[in-house]
Design a protein around this ligand. Structure first.
Ligand code: SAH
Length: 193
């Protein structure tokens, strides 16, 4: 069994990271893997609805919106979401999401980017439909290893028929680093999806 199988992070630990600015995962530039695979993801489609699980304040969301797509993200930290809109200089509004008690949705005023502040496992296609593209960066590798099956089931339920899923993982020896990001072996990914 992997050294990381029993690692569990509580959502409050992520909030602490945001509060203390320990967000080494955040990148200032559009992710290379998204840039180099965008044509394969789009497959000639325009105006694709993208889903960003565990979105943080990824600048990739603005990049896709600027190309005419729309983005829905889910993020537990309100601070992350507010920083996203402020840093990207986007006006936004916030509303309560009545179907998810205690959560809010933050929407850019042009309506292209909607970020749900809630626990990912409370989100579903009943809230925001299905998606034509999913960009999974720092998400499958960030969730607790014991939740992977539940996570994959949720992600698949959010896929439209023509959905394309782009996933970023990393290879390293899990005996030497406790994560996150966690090591997700390729055979596990094949089994999950
Ligand atoms: N995808 C982003 C952030 C990756 S780090 C990027 O590439 O920069 C993982 C993010 O998931 C953190 O911002 C953390 O606050 C958020 N998160 C962790 N567990 C969560 C959960 N259960 N529901 C929603 N967000 C969560």
């Amino acid at each position: 069994m992997s050294a990381q199988a029993n690692r569990v992070m509580d959502p409050s630990e992520w909030e602490e990271r945001w509060q203390e600015g320990r967000i080494g995962f955040h990148q200032l530039h559009v992710h290379k893997m998204l840039e180099s695979n965008i044509d394969k993801v789009l497959c000639g489609r325009e105006g694709v609805r993208f889903f960003f699980p565990l979105c943080g304040k990824a600048v990739d969301m603005k990049w896709l919106a600027d190309k005419g797509h729309s983005v829905v993200g889910v993020e537990i930290s309100e601070k992350a979401i507010k920083q996203f809109f402020e840093e990207q200089k986007l006006d936004y509004s916030e509303e309560v999401v009545s179907d998810i008690p205690g959560s809010k949705v933050f929407k850019s005023s042009d309506g292209k980017i909607s970020l749900y502040q809630c626990d990912l496992y409370k989100f579903s296609s009943a809230i925001a439909g299905q998606f034509g593209g999913i960009w999974d960066r720092g998400s499958l590798v960030a969730i607790n290893p014991c939740d992977r099956q539940r996570y994959a089931t949720l992600i698949m339920s959010l896929m439209d028929k023509d959905c394309r899923y782009l996933l970023d993982t990393l290879h390293y020896n899990p005996e030497l680093y406790k994560g996150p990001p966690f090591f997700v072996p390729e055979e596990d990914i094949e089994k999950l999806y």
